[in-house]
Ligand binder design. Structure first.
Ligand code: SF4
Length: 322
């Protein structure tokens, strides 16, 4: 059952303004995204930096409002919510960022950080609840007395996850939660996240530029390029049988050893150059300046979303019926 639904969602930020302050150009951070996240599932979102992944994550937890389009949570349109109803819904939606150093107040002890999170969630904090939160992420009660700088990177990220859990959320956006950590610690945090998901029946959007990590953790993988989801499908199918040239390029550039172990034999696709600016994105298919298969039609017209299997869609003219 769908828990989060984004329907044709756009987010534009003003880039340049005229002398009277009117926006002249816009950054097209999210450009017509539709995405369904089922209750209890993990959707992985991959793409290069600047593709709009984090902006989409912030929209889905109501940290920002879309410029256009509709986001529903458990069937309720976020745009219709105000006041108490909006803050009640926001509690269900949490986010964990890449860098816990930036999100944990260095002057507060861990116990105070978690107590504050409980208070914000409308719960009277107690030492028992703080200890319970610490235990849920594998930390000892003594950590409550420590300051963030006294903890390792992995421990700080566990605290950030515990803080998100304080509100008893149903949906968590994990925005590159392991990217700042050592490889050995990354695996521990991923396993912790999977354990928590099962224990609390959580729904995740897991954002990462690391395709191997997303392969490991996600049920559905969505691939984002310049603000658009160009392909989405079940992870076990999409990694072995990608359709979109961009997905093929990403997957075929994964380390050979990983691909061999995972049985991934995708043909190699090499893209030309770097992604263009999201301020003035290319017309038609946004990948056309870099795509080896681009045709005149790709330069002129946006490709439609084509369904190629259960929960598997692709946006590419190569697969449109003639
Ligand atoms: Fe390449 Fe054209 Fe497909 Fe875009 S629509 S990915 S340019 S073949």
């Amino acid at each position: 059952m769908a828990f989060i639904e984004a329907e044709n969602v756009y987010k534009l930020y003003p880039a340049k303004r005229s002398l009277i302050g009117k926006p002249k150009t816009f950054i097209h951070a999210v450009d017509g995204v539709s995405l369904t996240i089922d209750k209890g599932s993990v959707v992985g979102l991959v793409g290069e930096s600047g593709s709009g992944k984090s902006t989409l994550g912030r929209l889905l937890v109501a940290m920002e409002k879309p410029t256009k389009g509709r986001i529903t949570v458990d069937g309720v349109n976020l745009a219709r919510l105000k006041g108490r109803k909006l803050s009640e819904t926001r509690k269900k939606l949490q986010i964990v960022f890449q860098n816990p150093d930036a999100s944990l107040n260095p002057r507060m002890r861990i116990g105070e950080i978690l107590s504050e999170a409980l208070r914000v969630a409308g719960e009277e904090p107690s030492r028992d609840r703080v200890d319970e939160l610490l235990a849920s992420v594998g930390l000892q009660p003594g950590v409550a007395e420590q300051y963030p700088h006294q903890l390792s990177g992995g421990m700080k990220q566990r605290v950030a996850i515990a803080r998100a859990l304080a509100a008893k959320p149903e949906f968590i956006v994990l925005d590159e939660p392991t990217s700042a950590l050592d490889v050995s610690v990354q695996a521990q945090i991923l396993n912790l996240l999977l354990d928590l998901q099962e224990k609390y029946n959580l729904t995740y959007l897991f954002i990462s530029h690391n395709l191997a990590v997303v392969h490991y953790i996600s049920d559905i993988t969505a691939v984002m390029y310049l603000g658009e989801i160009v392909e989405q499908g079940p992870a076990h199918i999409l990694y072995k049988n990608p359709w979109h040239p961009y997905t093929k390029a990403l997957i075929s550039s994964m380390p050979l050893l990983y691909r061999v172990k995972a049985g991934i034999t995708t043909e190699k696709v090499e893209l030309k150059g770097e992604p263009p600016s999201p301020i003035n994105p290319p017309k038609g298919c946004k990948l056309h300046p870099r795509c080896p298969y681009a045709t005149e039609k790709c330069r002129r017209e946006k490709p439609p979303e084509i369904r190629i299997g259960k929960n598997h869609t692709v946006k590419c003219w190569l697969y449109a019926k003639k």
